[in-house]
Design a protein around this ligand. Structure first.
Ligand code: FES
Ligand code: FES
Length: 167
């Protein structure tokens, strides 16, 4: 069995894994990172999205061995870094404050995909948010409040302390 080593949410893990083990199953079943859900069998929903070296990936479509040597961040790794001393990342806060979730199943993936979106475009328009998140599906919200949340977080992350005024 191949041996892999990766950083996940700031800690280093080293394990022997089956070559066919998916990253999402490694995260959930071996590391207990159950904050990353599995929403489909088809790589469509985006619920399992994590960051791998800062870029969003659907962890159900990546093998654990492909993440060997990489730096993986799940939703559980947000809000613990020194830059977010309150323990809540601006994106998490914005989703909460804009009521951008109902059942919450899509939320971890939405948050992680949104962070990748802002990495590439720190000030996205509504249309750009919708386009950037088109790989992430939500069955509950109708997306409107998700778009508001991402733009609110973007504003706060550009200028800490300032928030986008949304209609
Ligand atoms: S569980 Fe990964 S895309 Fe649906
Ligand atoms: S909040 Fe239920 S799927 Fe998005």
């Amino acid at each position: 069995m191949p041996r892999i080593r990766m950083e996940v949410d700031g800690a280093t893990y080293e394990d022997d894994v089956e070559p066919r083990l998916l990253l999402v199953h490694y995260l959930r079943e071996r590391l207990g990172k159950v904050g990353t859900p599995v929403g489909c069998d088809t790589s469509n929903c985006g619920a399992c999205t994590v960051l791998m070296d800062g870029m969003s990936v659907k962890s159900c479509s990546v093998l654990a061995v492909q993440a060997d040597g990489q730096d993986v961040t799940t939703v559980e790794g947000l809000g613990v870094e020194p830059s977010t001393p309150g323990g809540t990342h601006p994106m998490q806060r914005a989703f909460h404050e804009e009521h951008a979730l109902q059942c919450g199943y899509c939320t971890p993936g939405m948050i992680m995909a949104s962070l990748d979106l802002l990495r590439e475009n720190p000030d996205p328009s509504e249309d750009e948010v919708r386009e950037g998140l088109e790989g992430n599906l939500c069955r509950c919200t109708g997306y409107q409040n998700i778009v508001k949340a991402v733009r609110r977080a973007a504003s706060e992350m550009r200028e800490p302390g300032r928030q986008e005024v949304t209609p």
